[in-house]
Design a protein around this ligand. Sequence first.
Ligand code: SAH
Length: 341
Amino acid sequence: MELDISRIKEFNDDELKQLIEYDESINQDLIKVADAVRREYYGDKVYLRGLIEFTNYCKNDCYYCGIRCGNRKANRYRLSKEEILMACKEGYELGYRTFVLQGGEDGYYTDEIICDIVSSIRSKYEDCAITLSIGERSKSSYKAYFDAGANRYLLRHETADKAHYEKLHPDVMSLDNRKRCLYDLKEIGYQVGSGFMVGSPYQTTECLVEDIRFLQDLEPDMIGIGPFISHKDTPFKDCENGSARLTLRMISILRLLFPYVLLPSTTALGTISPTGRELGLQAGANVVMPNLTPVRYRQQYELYDNKICTGEEAAECRGCLEKRIEAAGYRAVTDRGDVAR
Ligand code: SAH
C-alpha cells in the first residue's frame, strides 16, 4: 500500500506503523516535507537552551540510566546555588535566553531550595525562560516552582506502553504517575515537554505508535527524543543501542504531526552518530541544548556511555554548535524561543 504523507494526521495505527517501519525509499521524501513544515513555522531558526546538569544524585532506579541510585560506581555531585547562578551568568553572556535545570530526582533540593534558586535566576534574568527537568513531584510543588518564576518543564514519558514502561522501571514507578505529572504541569500553565527514547530495550513499533497517540492527547509544547544508548553499569549494559536512522525518522514524523512543536536535536543523537545533530536539524528538529554544566562535573552526569561534549568549556561548546547549525543550513538565534502556536 502506498502511503500519502500529506494525510499523516489522519493515519490510523496501522498506517503509522507502516510509516515508521517503511523502507528507505520514502526516507528522503519524509525528511524533505518535515523540513518544509519546520521552515513554514520557524524559518531557519534554531533555538539554544543552556543546559545545567545540577545534580546526579537520584532516588530512582530506572534500568537504562547511568545515574540510577543502584549504580554504586557513579561519582555523585551537586551544584550549589552560587554555581548554578555562575553557569547562568556565563550562559547569558553567550546569548542564551533559556536555562534548563536538569537533574536526577534528588531530595536534597527541597521545594524551598528549588524555589529559592528559581526566584534568584528570575530576578537576575527577567527576559529568560527557566526550564526545570527534575522528575516527578507533587502538583503543589510544581505550582510553587511556577509561582517562583519557572516557565517550562521537561519530563519525558519514556514510553506510553504500560507493559513496556514496567520493563524499563522498577515496580515503585508507574506510567500513570508520570502522566499525572504531565497533565498537572500543563494545567498549572507550564510550557510542557515530553518525549521518549528510541530503540529502548523491548520497544516495538506498536510502542512508538502509542507514544504518538499519547503525545496527541497531551499536546506538549516540546518533544524530546533520542536514541537509547547503553550504560556499562546498568542492567541494560548488554542491550543494543537505538539507531540514528529510526530516531531521525521519528523526528520527521513528529514534526509533521506537531508542526508547531519545539524539538531538540539531542546529545544522544550526536553521540551515536558524529553528524547526528546536524541530521536531526535537517529532519525537522529546531532546538539544541549547549552544555553549561561546569566542566569538572560534566563526565559525572553520565546517563549513557560515551556521552559527547563533556570536555569543552561553555564558550567552545557554543562555537562548535553554531558551526554545526550553519553547516546543516540553519541559523542559531538568541530569542527565548517560545512555542509558535
Ligand atoms: N530526572 C529527570 C531527568 C532524567 S535524565 C527526569 O526524570 O525527567 C533525562 C533523560 O535522559 C531521560 O528522560 C531519559 O529519556 C534520557 N536517558 C536516560 N538514560 C538514557 C540512556 N541510557 N540512553 C538514552 N537516553 C537516556
